[in-house]
Ligand binder design. Structure first.
Ligand SMILES: [Zn+2]
Length: 272
């Protein structure tokens, strides 16, 4: 047990003991699909929202573009196991890895087609992607790669196949960018107070990456205890913006639809 786990119920690492399942059956279109450059990006940034959406009955999934093999700690194999454990906590209906090179997420026609094929397979109404500005080049490239793919996915003349069958065009209705290392202008802040402890379980699912006093591998930005503090501080800061304890922020590159302003008023009392 690492020191900072105790604050999240003391059983944060128990998630690592769950039986792995690398194949999760999918029998319906997804409502929400989150893309990350590396396994753990979605968890560190917007796992609370993913857990919340699952609990509200929406079908959710994650696509990791790389296996995280360039990480200082752990290995691609360990990251894959940790990603599956985190998927269980989030209640994902699907999780895929595109297998692009870590440190080499490039916006090429071939890579766009790979992402288009996944969007057409899962047909998500909302996609969550990294924000376009971030310290890690893979995150910035992933943002643009998925945004371009989401547009091209709607073009009938762009041909893709899955299992030998021609796919039909599909374009997600809403794209939201999540925050990683750089602050973002928040268009929407999701109240994740009710699932914050579960979110932290997905963070600690990546035991090879986050703080562990017994680890022998070199320190990284993520492996320092301050990183865990920062995740909480960020959630508290965004939560305070909407009068709740914990929040996750998203930026919408496009205006969001509304035909009743009353629907944007919170359903529960909050401190403002
Ligand atoms: Zn990353």
């Amino acid at each position: 047990m690492v020191e900072c786990c105790g604050r999240w119920g003391g059983d944060a690492f128990s998630v690592c003991l769950h039986i792995m399942s690398t194949t999760i059956a999918l029998d319906r279109d997804l409502d929400i699909l989150a893309f990350g450059a590396h396994p753990d990006d979605v968890e560190f940034s917007c796992a609370g929202t993913m857990i919340l959406m699952h609990r509200k009955g929406h079908a959710t999934g994650v696509v990791d573009l790389t296996r995280g093999e360039m990480g200082t700690r752990g290995s691609a194999k360990i990251r894959a196991r940790e990603a599956q454990n985190a998927a269980k906590v989030m209640g994902l209906a699907a999780r895929r890895n595109v297998g692009l090179p870590d440190g080499g997420v490039e916006i090429t026609k071939n890579n766009i087609k790979k992402v288009v094929a996944l969007i057409r397979e899962f047909r998500p109404r909302i996609i969550l992607i990294p924000h376009a500005v971030d310290r890690h080049p893979d995150h910035e490239h992933a943002s643009r790669l998925v945004r371009e793919a989401a547009f091209y996915s709607g073009l009938i003349r762009l041909s893709t196949t899955t299992n030998g069958e021609k796919q039909t065009p599909f374009r997600p209705e809403v794209t939201l960018c999540y925050r990683q290392s750089s602050d973002i202008p928040a268009t929407i802040i999701v109240d994740i107070t009710s699932v914050f402890e579960e979110k932290m379980k997905t963070v600690f699912a990546y035991a090879s990456q986050v703080y562990n006093p017994k680890a022998k591998e070199p320190d990284t930005v993520i492996s320092r205890p301050e990183f865990i503090d920062n995740i909480e501080a960020r959630a508290r800061a965004y939560g305070s913006r909407i009068g709740v304890k914990y929040g996750e922020a998203f930026y919408s590159p496009n205006p969001l639809w509304c035909d009743d302003l009353m629907t944007v008023i919170p359903q529960k009392p909050r401190m403002m």
